[in-house]
Ligand binder design. Structure first.
Ligand SMILES: [Mn+2]
Length: 329
């Protein structure tokens, strides 16, 4: 990875998970004062966009989203990190040494990827292969000195394990796709966020009827005490996990991002599509569920070098509720 110049703080507009909502992306870029010149969005001053990944799946205009993002990246008007949906897609469409896809084509996996399959991969496999080749070149995280960017969670052990590697490195893609390897653990933390197992025999069912054997754990903000319950640990906040203390051996499986560290900005967590709020003094989530069936927000955070979150720096555009006949999630 090219080392950024630490002496120059560049202003960045960090944009959350787009999931095929190209119209919301255009509306947001316009709100951020970007201009479309010869088909490519750019800011009239020295601002650049950072995309946090999850460009594909779910929404109605995946091809347009990819084209908008890539044109900005190629022109030097934006940089991007990869999301778990792009990582999933790379594995879905790549076979391992045994000839089987690295991500099995189960009903659940197919459903999650269906909008992309229908819009690009099935009708135009050649074009799709070019997008896969591009995903392989996108970094897994960016450390820009004053700000750190990752799709789901920053963890120094995970960034150290990954180093400069990208999925264009076949050996890395294979190792990252193999359960039990350090590469797999590191990539899962960066792209899916840390999860904490429930004790054997305890599970809970969410309001959509899905059963969980683990919870997504909050990895930033105030440190948890030695005694914390699943309900206190879960992120985004929810009353659904049990108010049962996390056993010591299940806690501490991942590092905590201290409030003295530089600002970290991420997506992934599908926060409720209401006006953004402050989660922690140095951590910003920019994913406000643009792909929600009932309509959501595509959010951005305008970063100008500050190390404390300022609520006035969120900007967002709304997506419409999903119409009949549009792609399912
Ligand atoms: Mn994600």
């Amino acid at each position: 990875m090219k080392k950024p110049n630490m002496n120059v703080i560049k202003p960045y507009d960090i944009i959350g998970d787009i999931h095929g909502h190209a119209d919301a992306l255009d509306a947001l870029l316009r709100k951020l004062d970007y201009e479309k010149i010869n088909g490519i969005w750019r800011h009239p001053e020295d601002r650049k966009v950072i995309f946090v990944g999850d460009f594909i799946d779910r929404g109605p205009k995946i091809r347009e989203t990819l084209k908008t993002v890539r044109a900005m990246v190629d022109a030097g008007n934006a940089v991007a990190v990869i999301g778990n949906h792009e990582w999933n897609a790379l594995r879905y469409h790549t076979c391992g040494p045994d000839g089987a896809p690295l991500r099995p084509h189960t009903t659940k996996n197919e459903k999650q990827h269906r909008a992309t399959l229908e819009q690009i991969a099935t009708p135009d496999p050649e074009e799709w292969n070019e997008w896969l080749a591009w995903f392989k070149k996108v970094p897994l995280y960016l450390d820009l000195g004053g700000v750190r960017i990752v799709h789901a969670a920053w963890c120094k052990n995970a960034t150290a394990m990954v180093g400069d590697r990208r999925f264009a490195d076949d050996a890395f893609l294979l190792a990252a796709s193999t359960e039990g390897t350090p590469e797999n653990a590191a990539v899962k933390t960066l792209l899916n966020g840390p999860e904490t197992l429930l004790p054997a025999g305890i599970e809970f069912t969410d309001k959509e009827g899905h059963t969980h054997e683990d919870i997504r754990a909050r990895w930033f903000g105030p440190r948890h005490g030695e005694r914390v319950t699943y309900r206190e640990l879960v992120f985004p906040a929810s009353e659904e996990p049990p108010a049962v203390e996390v056993p010591a051996e299940l806690l501490g499986g991942h590092s905590h991002y201290g409030e003295e560290e530089p600002m970290v900005i991420f997506g992934h967590y599908w926060l409720p599509p209401a006006a953004p709020s402050i989660l922690a003094k140095n951590a910003v989530c920019v994913d406000y569920s643009v792909a929600s069936k009932t309509g959501g927000l595509l959010a951005a955070y305008r970063w100008d070098g500050e190390n404390e979150v300022n609520l006035n720096k969120f900007v967002w555009a709304e997506s419409k509720p999903r119409g009949i006949g549009e792609a399912a999630p």
